[in-house]
Design a protein around this ligand. Structure first.
Ligand SMILES: Cc1ncc(COP(=O)(O)O)c(C=O)c1O
Length: 404
């Protein structure tokens, strides 16, 4: 007898990235000099998780009765205000935004899918995307479709976005688009102003056909070379026409992956719509995880709003970003001249090397103790977990494994 419902009987439980990481660690323990470029977290040059100490201090300082108590279902007001201010500062969007707390950015993505698409409808994102987008869609009985991410010039393929977005609107009358920028996982690509201008123009035109929501997944924003202001300047044009959503996460920006603190932010200039969106999102919170980590929200709101703590966190994060930037610079210096093919990459945790047979190339690299993740059309290379001193060996191995 089968107790699982039919759609759940063949769910894959194993995560290939975790399996690769486990093998890399076991071989390292056995004495091999391994390069493990599979980990999706920032590690220091000794391979230890980089942690912003001031955040840990703030967590330790949370009063027991605050951490032990249920947080409000929407999230604590101080936290939500702090997140909105972190994104928008003194911009007018700050007055038009509503937010709910979510367990990491993942929770924000989940709420966006279930509140802005009907069951069985299709989410649109880039052709290379973070795998859990599909899992989140599946889990909520929605589908995922893609537009070609980069054109022949290696720039955002705005015309394919246009085509696919129109197709989705024709088919289902509404659309939700996920754009992960800056520092896209897994390619490392960050939209520049032209990309944003093109995407916004296409989305703006599409709004004539039906409700379009666009979610910007800013999980890696604090590691980018420029602030989010340029993106918001462009997105402003959509105000009142499209629903602009932001998935905010403390995981990478505060090096607290396990804390599960995040938020979904929606910009709604119309007060009545703002109220409806807020109600729908709060209802979703109650209907999923009920409420989020109270201690986590208290600590993160404190480090966002206490001027002294914020300054210390910013300083510590800047040092981590500098560590990562040096790895990226070293990669760019060696990989581009060696003929390794990858998108424009100027910061962030990952890049993706394009190659014809990713599984084969990854297996060949594994034989020589270099671990990368084979993905759609390429190898995901997590520079966030590779010391700068190992980048030359990493590039050389990849060059040989991907040479056609
Ligand atoms: C592209 C992207 N979005 C969102 C997230 C959300 O992470 P979390 O749920 O830990 O905040 C991640 C984490 O790896 C990510 O890579």
């Amino acid at each position: 007898m089968e107790f699982l419902i039919p759609s759940r009987t063949a769910r894959p439980a194993d995560d290939p990235i975790f399996a690769l990481n486990a093998e890399a660690q076991a071989r390292k323990k056995a004495g091999e000099t391994v390069i493990n470029a599979t980990v999706g977290a920032l590690l220091d040059d000794d391979g230890k998780l980089a942690v912003i100490e001031t955040v840990v201090e703030a967590l330790r300082a949370v009063a027991p009765e605050v951490g032990a108590a249920y947080a409000p279902i929407a999230g604590s007001p101080a936290f939500l205000e702090a997140v909105i201010a972190d994104l928008f500062g003194s911009r007018p969007e700050a007055q038009q935004a509503v937010a709910v707390a979510t367990p990491g950015g993942s929770g924000a993505l989940r709420h966006a899918i279930t509140n802005f698409l009907e069951p069985q409808q299709t989410l649109l994102t880039t052709s290379t995307y973070w795998g859990p987008y599909k899992t989140l869609a599946d889990e909520s009985d929605r589908n995922l479709a893609t537009f070609r991410m980069l054109d022949e010039r290696g720039r955002l393929d705005v015309s394919d976005l246009d085509k696919k977005l129109q197709g989705i609107l024709d088919a289902q009358g509404r659309a939700l688009v996920f754009l992960n920028t800056p520092c896209h996982n897994p390619t490392g690509y960050s939209f520049d102003d032209d990309d944003w201008a093109g995407a916004v123009e296409v989305i703006d035109r599409a709004t004539a056909r039906g409700p379009v929501s666009v979610l910007v997944d800013v999980a890696y924003a604090k590691y980018a070379q420029t602030s989010l202001d340029g993106a918001f300047d462009r997105l402003k044009k959509l105000s009142g026409r499209a629903m602009v959503l932001v998935a905010w996460s403390a995981s990478k920006s505060f090096t607290q992956y396990g804390l599960r603190v995040g938020a979904l932010v929606a910009v709604c200039p119309d007060a009545e719509e703002r109220r409806r969106v807020q109600s729908a999102l709060v209802y979703s919170c109650r209907g999923t995880w009920s409420n989020c980590n109270a201690a986590g929200m208290a600590a993160i709101s404190r480090v966002l709003t206490d001027p002294e703590l914020r300054e210390r966190v910013d300083r510590e994060r800047a040092a981590l970003k500098a560590l990562l930037d040096k790895r990226v610079a070293c990669w760019n210096e060696l990989a581009a001249p060696a003929g390794v093919k990858y998108p424009r990459y100027d910061g962030g945790f990952f890049t993706t090397v394009f190659c014809a047979e990713p599984q084969k190339a990854a297996a060949r690299l594994r034989e020589e103790g270099i671990f990368v993740v084979p993905a759609q059309g390429g190898l995901r290379v997590a520079l966030c977990s590779v010391a700068e001193r190992d980048v030359p060996r990493l590039v050389d191995g990849i060059r040989r494994a991907t040479a056609s």
